[in-house]
Design a protein around this ligand. Structure first.
Ligand code: NDP
Length: 239
């Protein structure tokens, strides 16, 4: 029997890319969205629709989902993974960076949920997996706005999980510690970036993207009557 459609946001690099490869290898048709469509297309995965979508643009996101459902049937799982981390001291950081993080990490995630949830409730079947962070459970220096967005991901996820539990829809939060990806590269302060690299070295290395993809596959792969509510994973050496 053919596998159902999975939607992955932010699949053009890092964790999203690893999840796309893993879920494609497991036989799922995919909708991959991100702004760098050339990176999505370069993955060259079978039964995959790639769309240039900024997750903060609801209409574009909605059209991509409609087109994917026309090809592959209803969305069975949404992996809300797209995110940005712009670290900075609160008194120095440009408020526009806070807005970018709130828009992508919170509004983009809510947009995804909004677009798939009605169908899932109607079908009485579906899974939403939201990528948060350990920075959504505890705070770190220079992370105020980023932590704010990731704490919000936990709150939103738990609230929606309760809301749709009776509809046989699962909501899972994956909260990774540090993972080797492009995430840090967008922070503008070289001092903060250098400090982060030292911190990673001191802990003896961080997780790789496949570690997170395995956690996603584990949570999604449970029978529908089992909801893995939260997975928190980090390098053993991460304090
Ligand atoms: P990357 O920077 O490698 O990936 C981020 C992805 O998000 C890219 O594919 C990017 O695509 C996409 N993205 C960013 N903004 C938008 C947007 N407006 N619309 C659509 N897509 C967007 O970092 P990671 O893989 O590390 O990050 C993935 C998730 O994991 C994030 O939510 C991050 O917060 C979380 N995380 C990461 C950790 C880490 O240490 N790396 C730790 C804990 C959580 P494009 O630029 O092409 O649009």
């Amino acid at each position: 029997m053919s596998k159902p459609l999975v939607v992955i946001t932010g699949a053009s690099s890092g964790i999203g890319e690893a999840c796309a490869k893993t879920l494609s290898a497991a036989g799922h048709p995919l909708l991959l969205v991100a702004r760098r469509i050339e990176r999505l297309e370069a993955l060259n995965l079978p039964n995959t629709l790639c769309r240039k979508v900024d997750v903060t643009e609801l209409a574009d996101f909605e059209q991509a989902i409609k087109d994917a459902e026309a090809l592959y049937g209803p969305v069975d799982m949404l992996l809300n993974n797209a995110g940005v981390m712009l670290l900075g001291a609160a008194h120095e950081q440009a408020p526009s960076e806070w807005k970018t993080m709130l828009d992508v990490n919170v509004m983009g995630l809510l947009n995804g949920i909004h677009l798939v949830l009605a169908g899932m409730k109607q079908r009485q079947q579906g899974t939403i997996i939201n990528v948060s962070s350990i920075a959504g459970r505890k705070t770190f220096p220079s992370h105020a706005a980023y932590c704010g967005t990731k704490f919000a991901v936990h709150a939103v996820s738990e609230n929606i999980r309760e809301e749709v539990a009776g509809d046989n829809v699962r909501v899972t939060v994956i909260a990774p510690g540090a993972v080797e990806t492009e995430l840090l590269s967008h922070t503008t302060s070289q001092e903060i970036k250098d400090g982060y690299e030292v911190w990673k070295e001191e802990m003896g290395g961080v997780l790789n993207t496949q570690n997170i993809a395995d956690a996603v596959a584990y949570a999604y792969g449970q029978p529908q009557n089992v909801c893995i509510r939260e997975v928190v994973l980090a390098a053993t050496g991460q304090p």
